[in-house]
Design a protein. Structure first.
Length: 402
């Protein structure tokens, strides 16, 4: 351990007793060890010398907060969408590690916290782009993409509420692993076009507790993380699962997770239904505040997203098709990037529009059939972007001529 981790203090006669072990390691003024802790003091002469020249080192107790993993700070330009994709890949690897024959709890905890602190850093770097990823990214299977969506929205709310880091890490870890027990079934259920049968409903109702048990079996010992995994599908009125908890029996952090989970599930495409329009999803959550969802947290959640969250497709008054790319102080007038002209032709590059201008004001949110797949990094003007070339209208290679 480095000397800076210690505070050196002068030895006094009261500290030392002949024929007794010294209570600390003793050093000279240059840091050279004179006598190791526990060594027996042999004589009065030895005591006199140590009292005259000796120093003992008190280890400085570190601030517990300084030992916690902290949000990543980006000191260069990054592509939030590419970073989001990388974190999805890392989450897939964590799931494999948890399901392995010899999971290591400390390694799992470290890797989940690493994903969490990167999400925190990206939200701090460009929260609008991360919200865009929540609504636009679709390269990964639902069981990977959905927890990432939940974690991003959860971090936005935790940051708004200024929740302390020790709690925030546990909440984000729960967001990323809360549906762990559903992973083997998720792809099949995601593609199913018929109503759930009784057996499938039972699997869904049990998965919060089973996810918690899987994490415990894998060596996770963070009590708050585990408790939030068990509670994240509970509702204030007792209609949630698996324990039908009511009111104050549900932790505040679990209520935040519930809001993020429900919203992202509604706005995500499923084979058996189109995504629910974001305004309908927000309205549904708003009408259930105070019954199923916490009233105050619901308002914080809705205010954070705004009327038109980044990543949502909208039609402007002049007929252009645009994507919301930034929130503004006016929740009804976000910054947008127009991608399609009134005549149906693409802009050579996205055009930023101020929707407070009547000509470019938002007329309506778009139906699924009106959306056109574009690389989201292009909308945000991010260079060196990652392209998914399948069925993609790629605007990134065209010079900004307009």
């Amino acid at each position: 351990m480095f000397l800076r981790d210690f505070e050196l203090s002068r030895i006094t006669p009261e500290h030392l007793k002949v024929s007794q072990p010294v209570p600390w390691s003793i050093y000279d003024e240059f840091g050279k060890l004179l006598m190791a802790k526990g060594s027996i003091l042999r004589s009065d002469r030895q005591k006199e010398i140590l009292t005259r020249v000796g120093l003992f080192a008190n280890e400085i107790e570190p601030d517990p907060e300084s030992l916690l993993p902290q949000p990543i700070k980006f000191h260069r330009k990054v592509n939030p969408f590419a970073e989001f994709d990388e974190l999805c890949l890392k989450l897939e690897e964590v799931f494999k590690l948890i399901e392995s024959e010899t999971p290591n709890g400390s390694v799992i905890k470290k890797r989940v916290y690493d994903i969490a602190t990167h999400i925190q850093g990206l939200v701090s770097y460009d929260s609008d782009a991360l919200l865009g990823a929540v609504h636009l990214a679709d390269q990964f299977p639902y069981h990977v993409h959905h927890p990432m969506q939940i974690a991003v929205l959860t971090e936005l709310i935790l940051e708004r509420l200024q929740v302390e880091q020790v709690v925030r890490l546990s909440v984000l870890a729960a967001a990323l692993t809360g549906n762990l027990a559903m992973n083997p079934y998720q792809q099949r259920l995601h593609q199913q076009k018929t109503p759930l049968n009784d057996q499938q409903r039972e699997v869904i109702n049990r998965h919060p507790l089973q996810s918690m048990q899987k994490l415990e079996a894998a060596g996770v010992d963070d009590a708050l993380w585990l408790e939030l995994v068990a509670q994240h599908h509970e509702k204030l009125d007792g209609t949630g699962y698996p324990r039908n908890l009511v009111g104050d029996a549900i932790r505040r952090e679990a209520r935040i997770l519930a809001l993020a989970d429900v919203y992202t599930a509604m706005v995500t495409h499923r084979p058996y239904r189109n995504p629910i329009k974001h305004k309908d999803s927000l309205r549904d959550i708003f009408t259930q505040r105070g019954s199923k969802f916490d009233s105050k947290l619901t308002l914080v959640f809705l205010n954070e997203l705004g009327v038109y969250p980044p990543g949502v497709y909208v039609r402007l008054n002049n007929g252009e098709l645009a994507v919301v790319i930034g929130r503004t102080p006016n929740p009804r007038s976000p910054l947008v990037a127009s991608i399609k002209k009134t005549d149906g032709e693409f802009f050579l590059s996205p055009r930023r529009r101020n929707t407070e201008n009547e000509q470019f004001a938002i007329r309506s949110a778009c139906n699924v059939s009106e959306r056109i797949k574009v690389n989201p990094a292009t909308l945000w003007g991010i260079q060196a972007i990652r392209v998914n070339s399948v069925n993609t209208a790629d605007l990134s290679s065209i010079a900004d001529l307009i």
